[in-house]
Design a protein around this ligand. Structure first.
Ligand code: 13P
Ligand code: SF4
Length: 334
């Protein structure tokens, strides 16, 4: 489903129906959710837990979150929390990053099916093989991993990046040749914006990859001053139509600070929900797709996660420590 109109409550119903998920925002369901939210808040205190949520989460998850943000902000925030338990309302690689950076904490993911097909597209052994082959041609080659990778991949790369710091981090690397995994579109964007030679992996985010230039042009046609904000996981023919290429939180900041008051949001559909809540005085259109993995996290799953202290992220210590080095290096360079 691609949605290209201003966002309404009805859109939310339609999109969750399209996902064949039970969350419909009827009055009865909202009453029930209010009860679940109260239970979650009580259990958070009892368990000394904090909830971190990604910007693509369902709007009701924002209600129980202690912090909502993009991948970089969430990785940083996880290291600053005082609570013993982190419930991560996002996808598996994000919960893993929280555990990598805060190993003494209990990190829970409410639904273990919340993976990421982009992260799963790199096998660490294949990556090492490819790196070693390429180093015969380019001895200075460094391997850069988007944070949308497993801990096992982070453990064998030189540095991590997120959508908000990829250009800045890569530009500072002491190497002219970069193997960038796993997102080919972000790799192409980094190639365009830096002086480096970037070799990309054959992967992409199925959500952003489906968005086409036509989806954008059909909305733009009738709205002359529309500002187009695009996530760098989108295809290069879509990025060409952007007024700004930004991470999810970068889009929120841009919309707040810009003198413009109409925006087309080109990324996963949940970001528009966040914008409506945070910038109610402006108008948002969307050319978006849904991420089935992000939407697997529900209020009920979050409640059960806290009740039963499930599903905990475990990492082998050697692998965790190696993965931490590439995340810490990212922090140093961003
Ligand atoms: P951000 O870091 O921009 O929030 O992106 C995360 C993500 O998974 C995009 O698909
Ligand atoms: Fe992975 Fe794409 Fe979903 Fe982000 S939007 S979690 S990259 S599948």
């Amino acid at each position: 489903m691609t949605t290209e109109t201003a966002v309404t409550g009805q859109d939310l119903n339609t999109k969750f129906q399209a996902l064949d998920m039970p969350t419909i925002y009827s009055a009865e369901e909202c009453d029930r959710m209010a009860g679940v939210i109260a239970e979650i808040e009580a259990l958070k205190k009892e368990r000394n837990a904090a909830i971190l949520a990604h910007n693509y989460q369902r709007p009701e998850i924002y209600q129980v979150a202690d912090f909502v943000g993009d991948s970089l902000e969430l990785a940083r925030r996880g290291t600053e929390l005082e609570e013993d338990v982190i419930v991560f309302c996002g996808v598996h690689f994000m919960a893993e990053s929280a555990k990598i950076l805060a190993p003494s904490k209990t990190v829970l993911l409410p639904d273990m099916r919340a993976g990421c097909s982009l992260a799963d597209s790199v096998d660490p052994d294949e990556l090492v093989e490819r790196r070693d082959e390429l180093r015969k041609l380019y001895p200075d080659l460094m391997v850069v991993a988007y944070v949308n990778t497993t801990a096992a991949v982070k453990a064998v790369v030189d540095v991590c990046v997120t959508s908000s710091n990829a250009v800045k981090v890569v530009e500072q690397l002491d190497s002219e040749h970069i193997l960038f995994v796993p997102d080919e579109h972000l790799a192409n964007y980094v190639q365009k914006e830096t002086s480096k030679t970037v070799i990309s992996w054959d992967g992409n985010c199925y959500v952003h990859h489906q968005i086409t230039p036509e989806n954008i042009l059909s909305v733009k046609k009738g709205i002359p001053n529309l500002k187009v904000l695009v996530h760098p996981e989108c295809r290069s023919d879509v990025l060409e139509l952007a007024d700004a290429v930004l991470s999810t939180s970068g889009m929120v900041r841009y919309a707040k600070e810009s003198p413009a008051d109409e925006f087309l949001i080109v990324t996963e559909c949940g970001l528009s929900d966040k914008l409506i809540l945070e910038v109610p005085e402006k108008k948002f259109y969307k050319a978006c797709k849904l991420c089935q993995f992000m939407k697997m996290i529900t209020l009920d799953a979050t409640l059960e996660s806290l009740r039963q202290m499930r599903h905990e992220i475990h990492l082998e210590e050697g692998l965790r420590a190696d993965a931490e080095k590439s995340l810490r290096r990212m922090f140093e360079l961003s």
